[in-house]
Write a protein that binds this ligand. Structure first.
Ligand code: PEP
Ligand code: MG
Length: 551
């Protein structure tokens, strides 16, 4: 038995034979041509035909793989009309007197490289689209067929990376799982994997040609693929897969059902996300909205300070995809465990107690304003909420809201359209929980960040695994602060949610509902299990003794 590891995109277990999908190779004639007009005509004909193919692929993707995949082919149609790309290819034919095939290879390779060199991983991943279109153009010019893989049995697909048209041409009914050597969380492999909910590993560097046809188990949960596994491993992972499949089918039945207890008490169940690619998980798991969009990805994925435009595009993508659902975007929470070189933050003795999150934003006003302007501009594209992390005082909230208002007025002056925005704060420190009455006067909502609230209340560094024996995730002090926060919020008529990990702790759901929490925002995978628990509760019956933290 051999094992290889990668980065998991989708959990789950796939068991079956491996099929390796190899990238096509082309023999392109690089000699010079006499009749450049004929080559220009060939180029133009191929471009029109490939554009028609993309339209057909879009229709097929819409039926087989969903809207996210279909949108890729719509983008391809636009790329094929891109004047810079067309002019670059025509220029190679005219001035260098090369064939249409040669011009396509050079012109499209240059465009793919340009995408690869970009900072934003979303745009880097778009280089695969250009390569895909190059292959389609070369297939057309060289008169090659583009038929799908001829498989008759279910299989685990292994490839260097998958292009959009490869993914759409695959027979999805036979696909058990995906493993690629390349790829990122916004690559086509990842998009396909999420929309089909297939166990998937990317960046699996040890892929080998000799795997082709071999029996394997892909264990998405452990980010591992086993080639020719032992009988014991097959038995134990088969049993686990069957249990997972049964559970997933039961949870699927809850899609579309309300989050309401037996006695009619409704609570909102939202999802936490960390990047635009997580949108499909929100949809698949039927979350009512996004209660925490950690905006750090724009900073962590960039080599330089992200521009207002880059941030606006990312927020817009998520808001548009999820409208009319509410999306609450948390402003920058860099610092402590999340650092980026270009911000040149000072080294600190106690970074968790240092210059982080809102403290950085209030220190670097231009940096903060860029994010707030991007957010306000994006508010026209959907239902936006903004929340500020690590707040400890009324003064901070007022200052944040003042800067937000200044940005709004500035944008109004520029004639920019904006939508209404709820503005809330995170309750992540004992100081904030204890001053919740005063803070509630300044905010439209509270979202309790139990990860930091636990760390700061119990003085337990959340990054330090050695403190595990001292940590108590259900510490009564934390539960009491949560209850105080909810009660204070309600006294001032604002809603209160929980967006830290504790919100997904099913053993606490009844307690949180009895405390009156209005919203629970959890990782997308926990949305349906949480709905199941909520629907089984009856709050009209007396609570057990252990269900409320002591006074
Ligand atoms: C929290 O602290 O509970 C929280 C949701 O924020 P993060 O985990 O990103 O610090
Ligand atoms: Mg936090």
């Amino acid at each position: 038995m051999k094992a290889a590891t990668g980065v998991k995109v989708v959990n789950g277990i796939a068991i079956g034979r491996i099929r390796i999908c190899r990238a096509p190779s082309y023999d392109v004639d690089d000699s010079s041509v006499a009749d450049t007009a004929a080559e220009l005509a060939r180029f133009e004909q191929a471009r029109i035909r490939v554009r028609d193919q993309q339209r057909l692929l879009r229709e097929r993707a819409l039926q087989n793989a969903g809207e996210d995949s279909a949108a890729i082919f719509e983008a391809h149609e636009l790329m094929l009309d891109d004047e810079d790309l067309i002019d670059a290819c025509k220029e190679i034919i005219l001035s260098q007197r090369h064939t249409a095939e040669y011009a396509v290879r050079e012109g499209f390779d240059d465009a793919a490289q340009m995408f690869r060199d970009m900072d934003d991983p979303y745009f880097q991943a778009r280089s695969a689209d250009v390569v895909d279109l190059k292959n389609a153009m070369l297939d057309e010019l060289l008169g090659r067929g583009t038929d799908k893989m001829q498989e008759t049995e279910p299989f685990i697909l292994v490839a260097e990376d998958l292009t959009p048209s490869e993914t759409v041409k695959l027979d999805k009914s036979l696909l058990l799982g995906l493993v690629t050597r390349e790829g990122s969380s916004s690559s086509h492999t990842a998009i396909l994997a999420r929309s089909l909910n297939l166990p998937t590993l990317i960046q699996c560097r040890d892929i080998a040609d000799e795997w082709d046809g071999k029996f394997a188990i892909l264990d998405g949960c452990n980010s591992c693929i086993y080639i020719e596994p032992t009988k014991d491993l097959i038995d134990s992972l088969t049993a686990r897969r069957n249990k997972d499949l049964k559970e997933a089918a039961l949870l699927r039945q809850l899609r579309g059902e309300p989050n309401i207890t037996l006695d009619g008490h409704a609570v909102r169940v939202f999802a936490n996300i960390s990047e635009p690619a997580d949108v499909s998980a929100v949809q698949t798991n039927d979350a009512e909205g996004v209660g925490l969009f950690r905006s750090e990805f724009v900073y962590l994925n960039s080599k330089t300070d992200p521009t207002e435009e880059e941030q606006f595009e990312a927020y817009k993508r998520v808001l548009e995809a999820l409208a009319p659902r509410q999306v609450i975007i948390r402003t920058c929470d860099i610092g402590a465990d999340k650092t980026v070189d270009y911000m040149k933050l000072d080294k600190e003795e106690n970074p968790a107690l240092g210059l982080r999150a809102i403290r950085i934003c209030l220190t670097r006003r231009d940096f903060f304003r860029r994010q707030l302007r991007a957010l306000l501009r994006a508010s026209a594209c959907g239902n936006l909420g903004i929340m500020f992390p690590m707040i400890i005082s009324v003064r901070e909230v007022r200052e944040c809201r003042k800067i937000l208002e200044e940005c709004r007025r500035e944008l109004e002056g520029e004639g920019v359209k904006m939508g209404p925005v709820e503005v809330g704060i995170m309750i992540e420190t004992p100081a904030a929980a204890l001053c919740a009455d005063e803070l509630a006067e300044e905010a439209d909502f509270f979202s309790i960040g139990t990860n930091d609230l636990t760390q700061y209340t119990c003085a337990i560094d959340r990054q330090n695994a050695k403190l595990e024996p001292f940590s108590d995730t259900h510490h009564p002090a934390v539960l009491r602060l949560i209850r105080m926060t909810i009660e204070a919020g309600h006294r001032h008529n604002i809603w209160v949610g929980i967006c830290g990990e504790l919100g997904a702790d099913l053993s606490l759901t009844e307690m949180f509902l009895r405390m009156g929490v209005d919203e629970l925002s959890v990782n997308p995978k926990s949305v349906l299990p949480l709905r199941r628990i909520i629907r089984s509760l009856d709050l009209s019956r007396p609570a057990g003794q252990a269900l409320m933290p002591e006074e």
